[in-house]
Ligand binder design. Sequence first.
Ligand code: NDP
Length: 448
Amino acid sequence: MVDQVNLSDFMDWVVDRNPGEQVFHQAVHEVAETVIPFINDNPVYAKIKVLHRMVEPDRTISFRVSWADDNGEVQVNRGYRVQFNNSIGPYKGGIRFHPSVNQGVLKFLGFEQTFKNSLTRLPMGGGKGGADFDPKGRSQHEIMRFCQSFMTELYKYVGPDIDVPAGDIGVGGREIGYMFGQYKRLTNSFSGVLTGKGLEYGGSLMRTEATGYGAVYFMEDMLHHIGDQIEGKTAVVSGSGNVATHAAEKIVHRGGKPVTLSDSGGFIHDPEGFTLEKLDWIKKHKAQRGARISAYVDEFGGSYHEGKRPWHVPCDLALPCATQNEMGESEAKALIGNGCKAVAEGANMPCTVDSIAALQGAKVLFAPGKAANAGGVGMSGLEMSQNSARLHRDEEDLGAALRKIMSDIHDACVSQGTQADRSVDYVKGANIAGFKKVADAMLAFGVV
Ligand code: NDP
C-alpha cells in the first residue's frame, strides 16, 4: 500500500491524464509541491490516495449554447460547469465568459476554488463554469439571449443545495440577473441558486466590494504581522474590473496611493494616485460596453502604456487583479529591484510559478489568490446563508464579517506556513490549511 507520494511521479500522472491543460497542471503543481511533504508526514492521506482523488473533478459538464445575434445569425458557443469537489458543501464558484475559456482553464479555477472555499471555513465545495463567449461588442439584447440560452442547459445541474454559481470575468450583476431570471422561469422557484444577485432579489450588501477589499485586508494583515502598514505606501494594481477597482479603493481608504490600473489594451499610470472620485469615474466608464481604460488619460492626465503591464512602475505594494499568468519572472524581478515589499493576488493565479519563486526568494511577502481573493466567495457564502434563512444583514455587520474572514484566513496561513526563521510561507500555509479540511472530510466518507 502507498504511504508516500513522490512529486515528480504524481505530476507525470496528472499531466498524462489531462493532456494539453497547462494551466491546470500549473495549479496542481503549486498545491502538490507544498502539500505532498505534509501528506508524507501524515501517511493516512497517502494511503487513501486523497490527493489523487482531489485532482479529479467529481464531474465536468460541457454543453452547446446556441443563440441568435441581432442580425438573426445563429451563433454557437460551448458552455461548461466543472463540479470539482463537494466534500464540505455544495459546489460553489464563478462563471466566466471570455474567449479564452476552455476545460483546462475551468479545471484550474475549480481546483483552486476548492481550497479557497475551504479556507473561508464556510460550508462550500469547489466548482467553476463558463463559456468561450466574448461579451465585448455585444448588445444588451445579445447578452441577455446568450445568458438565457446558457442557463437553459445549466439549470439541470445546479440548485441551492447542489451547486451555486456566481460571477467572474465577463459576468457581473447584469448577467447574473439574466441567468437568475431564466432559472426562476424554468424551475418555477425562487431560490438562492446564484450569488452576486441584485439587492432587490436576494443579493447581499458588500458582495461587489468583497474580493478587492478582502485582498487589501489580507495585504494589511501580512504587513501588520511584520510591524508595518499600508498607510503612506504606493501600490501598483492591474485590471480595472470589479476586483481591481475595489482593491484600489480600499488602498485609498487605508491611506495608501494606488498609481496604476490596466485592461487588456494596456495600463494607465497616474503618479498623483487615484482618488475615490477618479475611481468612481473609472468604475462608471468601464461599466460601458467596450470602454477602454486609456480614456482616463484624456480626463485626468497621467500616461497610458499600450500593450504593457504595470509591474515596472516603482511601488511598495503590488496587487495583480486582472487574469491568470499576468506577472512573469522578469516582471517579478523588476518589482524586487524597485523595492516592492508585498504582493497579494487579487486575481486567480496571476503570477507564474517562476515569478512566485523569485518573489519568495527575495523575501517579498507573497499572498496566493486562494487566500487573498477569498473575500468574494466568503461574502457569497454569507449571501447563501441569508437566502436560506430569508434574512437580510446590514452593511456594517457584513463589513465586519468580511474583515474577520480575511484575518481568520491570514491566521490559518500563519499557523501552517511559519518557517524556522519565523517568516511565513503563505503559499504553503494556504495550501495545507485548505487541503486539510477537505481531506479530512474525504477521509470520513471512505473511498468515494
Ligand atoms: P472583470 O471582468 O470585472 O475584470 C477583469 C479585468 O481584467 C478587466 O480589466 C479586463 O480588461 C482585464 N483582463 C481580462 N482578461 C485579460 C487579459 N487576458 N489580459 C489583460 N487584462 C485582462 O473581472 P473580475 O475583476 O471579477 O476578476 C478579475 C480576476 O479576479 C479574475 O482572475 C477572477 O477569476 C478573479 N476573482 C474574481 C472574483 C470576484 O468576486 N469578481 C473573486 C475571486 C477571484 P478588459 O476590460 O480589457 O477585458
